[in-house]
Design a protein around this ligand. Structure first.
Ligand code: NAI
Length: 318
């Protein structure tokens, strides 16, 4: 059997750990030697109200099993206070799991500013505030593990969830950049897009489906990504029902146009098949290699001695 992954001597902060997936993470880390900050605002799944009992219950559970845990009831929008709880009680922070979340589903036509703003605040601003408060500790100790929680809704779009989709995909960009900035400090940052039974999904999925989507089945992936042995960073993983897979971007081969007077909308329309042809894809982790493309363009140019034309000035509309 593989050896058990442990987190002895480490402090793990789990936001939104009073229920659902967050609770599963917190209980797991508490059982594997970590000191756990169980953060939860304790409101409804729509972000209304607040209370301390959700976080307290999970802390009691971890302690009853012999683990170390402390509660924090702040909103993730107040990330400094959450990280301060870790430092005050345990003297360090090693792992941050940005998990807290709410839903305000409504068709775009009926979306109110408040629905948009609250989703942004909890998911995007909350993740930013928690990560920003943890970051100096991660850098100083040259160690950190960060998980952001995206969603299929953000990756693919989902009816009635423009606010939530926008926020969830924002976390992908956020985490990709943190992965790049954190790499030389051994701060590894990854995104998960889970699917699991919780109060968030119990109203939208039938019981027999939910039965096959146990929230504890998301835990092993999070455990691997936050362990000291992990080397993966800047990646997106889907997890649900026991299936775990990595997602990535795919770029079509594309079409190359001479950056001269022939580079017209009509020319692009004529080559549209090539623009969207994924038969020879690549899988970029950065922007297109502009220099490489320019070199290719120069080779195609009939007169290599002429100066490289300026793209912008040369576009002629048909
Ligand atoms: P949940 O509603 O059971 O858990 C979310 C927890 O976050 C709750 O305990 C809630 O009190 C807490 N919370 C909400 N706002 C907070 C705030 N401002 N500050 C601190 N805590 C706050 O839902 P679930 O399913 O466990 O969701 C966990 C994460 O996974 C969320 O980010 C959610 O968007 C995401 N997710 C879940 C999916 C699923 O299938 N369950 C699918 C895709 C994403």
């Amino acid at each position: 059997a593989p050896s058990e992954l442990r987190y002895d001597g480490q402090t793990v902060v789990v936001t939104g750990a009073g229920g659902g997936l967050g609770r599963e993470y917190a209980v797991f880390f508490g059982s594997r030697g970590a000191s756990v900050v169980v953060n939860d605002l304790g409101g409804s799944f729509k972000g209304e109200g607040a209370g301390s009992s959700a976080a307290d219950k999970v802390v009691s559970e971890i302690r009853a099993a012999g683990g170390k845990a402390v509660a924090n009831y702040d909103s993730v929008e107040n990330g400094e206070a959450i990280i301060k709880t870790a430092i005050d009680h345990f003297g360090r922070i090693d792992v941050l799991i940005n998990n807290a979340g709410i839903l305000r589903d409504v068709s775009f036509k009926n979306m109110k500013q408040a629905d948009w703003d609250l989703i942004y605040k909890v998911h995007v601003k909350g993740a930013y505030k928690c990560a920003h408060a943890a970051w100096p500790y991660f850098r100083k100790q040259k160690y950190g593990r960060l998980i952001s929680t995206a969603s299929a809704a953000g990756l693919f779009g989902s009816f009635g969830q423009t606010n939530y989709s926008a926020a969830k995909l924002a976390l992908v960009g956020f985490t990709e950049t943190l992965a790049k900035e954190g790499l030389k400090y051994n701060i590894l940052c990854n995104v998960i897009a889970p699917i699991a039974a919780s109060r968030m999904t119990e109203t939208v999925m039938p019981p027999d489906v939910l039965e096959k989507l146990k929230p504890e089945w998301i835990v092993p992936l999070v455990a691997v990504l936050t362990h000291k042995s992990n080397t993966e960073t800047g990646a997106i993983f889907e997890a649900g029902g026991g299936h775990i897979a990595r997602l990535r971007w795919e770029r079509s081969k594309g079409a190359l146009f001479k950056p001269d007077d022939s580079f017209t909308p009509g020319a692009i329309a004529a080559k549209w098949k090539d623009v969207v042809d994924f038969s020879q894809p690549d899988h970029p982790d950065g922007p297109a290699d502009a220099l490489g493309l320019l070199e290719a363009a120069t080779q195609l140019s009939p007169s290599p001695k002429t100066e490289q034309p300026n793209f912008k000035d040369k576009v002629v509309l048909v």
